[in-house]
Design a protein around this ligand. Sequence first.
Ligand code: UDP
Length: 234
Amino acid sequence: MNYKRILLKLSGESLMGNKPFGIDPERVNQYAKDIKAVAESGVEVAIVIGGGNIHRGLDAEKGGMDRVQADYMGMLATVINSMALQDALEKVGMKTRLLSAIKMEQICEPFIRRRAVRHLEKGRVVIFGAGTGNPYFTTDTAASLRAIEIEADVVLKGTRVDGIYTADPEKDPEAVRFDNISFQEVYAKNLNVMDMTAFTLCQENKLPIIVFDMNKPGNFMKIAKGESIGTLVQ
Ligand code: UDP
């Protein structure tokens, strides 16, 4: 395997599968099987999930809601998604721990870095819920931050697109995928990989990012083995 410890970021929307909202159990089960395969091959896996399938702070603010209130709701949405994935992982026989940035003792452990690392060393799949625990941030930033804190080798951004393109491949048929790209080039070409806070955090801490298509079964394993099926930013 190419990595010892990885952080996988999944968007909330990816959990919707083909449904218009909420959580598609089929999609979550596919992710659980893919994660199991990688974790059982000896790679330590930590996960951050977004909440966009349920609630987004910025959108709610546009509708008139107080931004901070709306962001806390978004963070709670990530815990719901995390619990869904935790359940699916346990159904396929994985040992898991959900650690939340906002205390909810009946449901999950509080986020404590040393405890997260210990769980990973014991082979448990660790899910980080509630983002960073702070409003005005995103779960991409939570993914970068947690990856740095637990000294992950890489952040894997699992999306429905198989990498970073010269233009939006869903709109422009001429768009070409990059196999490799530098942080500088992403800035210079104004490409959308993660939000700026998340992206800069990775750059400043020399944490590589790989964007890949998580919806194709088996892809996560290929990435973990070091196959070049996405875009590597470093
Ligand atoms: N959020 C937040 N702080 C964080 C992480 C998330 O306030 O550290 C809120 C924010 O309102 C965001 C929502 O949670 O819109 C859902 O997260 P995100 O938009 O990152 O989810 P994704 O787009 O990955 O599904």
